[in-house]
Design a protein around this ligand. Structure first.
Ligand SMILES: *Cc1c(COP(=O)(O)O)cnc(C)c1O
Length: 405
């Protein structure tokens, strides 16, 4: 007879092993003595200590209590715990914006003399952050085409400390092999950083594929309704401790109100990403059949070069697609201007569908040669498919396509 397991510690975390849907709703909740069901917003800059000794203990770090909201805030902490749970990371930190998340990661983990390999196909402001600012502080940066694995391998030096990618890419939906990039960093000092803004943890979990750090612009799908600006960094405890120290010292922290909005967004994240993906695939298939359309870029299409890889590392293909109309800039502009439901804006990750002409907006600062190299044709249109009824979105795009010829 086996003795009773009296000294076995019970697993007291009911969310251990829980599904994404459950984590998005339940992770990171701590209730106050009021017993509120929803997460409260702690709009306080500072905190009151129980005694002078308590103040000393909290300042020294001997006691874990709050001191000041640039360091910790309970609403922000709830968001951090929830996004960490969703990404499967040991820790996360909320930031004032997606760019603040990237900046904080770089400032915490890089120093003068270090080298970064960055995908050529990242968010334009990310390119500027590396090329205009980090270089001022002695960090060398090389930009590499997202899919050119041999160039990533050849670009690695002893001083290389970060590989930075965004996948799928914007606006052509190219899919990077996260496992293969992680493999390249093995045995080196370089960390793989993945901007997971387009997929969110609902569709892709880079840490499980070998990435070291995940970046979010919470402004996009985590909010999901285009209301607040914020970001997050998720990763292992040691790296996150460095990023947290930078944030507490230098200050680009998340506001508690925004954290509360993002907590609401995370509750419906999986459902929304599934719906965005379903409509985007439907529209991509439909666009492919339209006579005014030259080519459609969406990894959900079996004809897309990244389809097989996306099927392996993502659970769906996301809400962003792009397509070329027959003709050039004039035809693309006519198509965009004839739509009446979609919003003409460069934002994405919103319940409201958006439409934009990359060559003259998001990628307008590239030279014509750089645009050709990056595959951004003048006839290209990007759509971030929202949550309106898909038939209404098709009817809207039909208005646009009718105006092309
Ligand atoms: C928007 C965006 C960012 C920057 O985020 P902000 O919240 O606007 O600072 C970074 N990466 C990607 C992929 C984005 O779309």
């Amino acid at each position: 007879m086996t003795p009773p397991d009296t000294d076995m510690t019970p697993n007291d975390d009911p969310l251990a092993g829980a599904h994404l849907d459950t984590l998005g709703i339940r992770a990171g909740i701590t209730r106050t003595a009021e017993g509120e069901h929803s997460e409260p917003i702690f709009t306080t800059s500072s905190y009151v200590f129980d005694s002078a000794a308590d103040a000393a203990a909290r300042f020294s770090g001997d006691s874990p209590g709050n001191v000041y909201s640039r360091y910790t805030n309970p609403t922000v902490r709830s968001f951090e715990q929830r996004i960490a749970a969703l990404e499967g990371g040991e820790a996360a930190v909320g930031t004032a914006s997606g760019m603040a998340a990237i900046l904080s990661t770089c400032m915490a983990l890089l120093k003068s003399g270090d080298h970064v390999l960055c995908s050529r196909d990242v968010f334009g402001t990310t390119t500027n952050l590396f090329a205009r600012y980090l270089v001022k502080f002695g960090v060398a940066v090389d930009f590499v085409p997202l899919l050119a694995l041999d160039q990533w391998r050849d670009g690695l030096r002893q001083e290389t400390k970060l590989l930075f990618v965004e996948t799928p890419s914007n606006p052509l939906c190219e899919v990077a092999d996260i496992r293969a990039l992680a493999e390249l960093t093995r045995g080196t000092d370089a960390l793989l950083v993945v901007d997971n803004c387009f997929c969110t943890p609902a569709l892709q979990r880079p840490l499980e594929l070998g990435a070291d750090i995940v970046i979010h612009s919470a402004t996009k799908y985590l909010d999901g309704q285009g209301r607040c600006v914020g970001g997050a960094v998720v990763g292992g405890a040691a790296h996150m401790a460095e990023v947290v120290t930078f944030l507490r010292t230098c200050g680009p922290t998340m506001s508690p109100f925004n954290a509360w909005v993002f907590l609401k967004g995370l509750e419906t994240l999986r459902l929304r990403m599934e719906a965005h993906s379903r409509s985007a695939l439907d529209i991509a298939l439909w666009l492919q059949q339209q006579p005014q359309v030259e080519r459609v870029f969406y990894a959900g299409l079996p004809s897309h070069p990244g389809h097989a890889l996306a099927t392996q590392q993502q659970s769906a293909f996301g809400g962003v697609l792009s397509f070329q109309v027959k003709g050039g800039r004039e035809e693309a502009w006519r198509c965009i201007d004839a739509t009446r439901i979609m919003s003409l804006t460069a934002n994405l990750g919103d319940a409201k569908s958006t439409i934009v002409h990359p060559a003259t907006t998001t990628h307008g600062r590239l030279t014509p040669e750089q645009r050709v190299e990056a595959g951004i044709a003048d006839s290209l249109i990007r759509v971030a498919v929202g949550l309106e009824h898909v038939d209404d979105l098709k009817a809207d795009l039909q208005r646009g396509l009718d105006a092309v010829v």
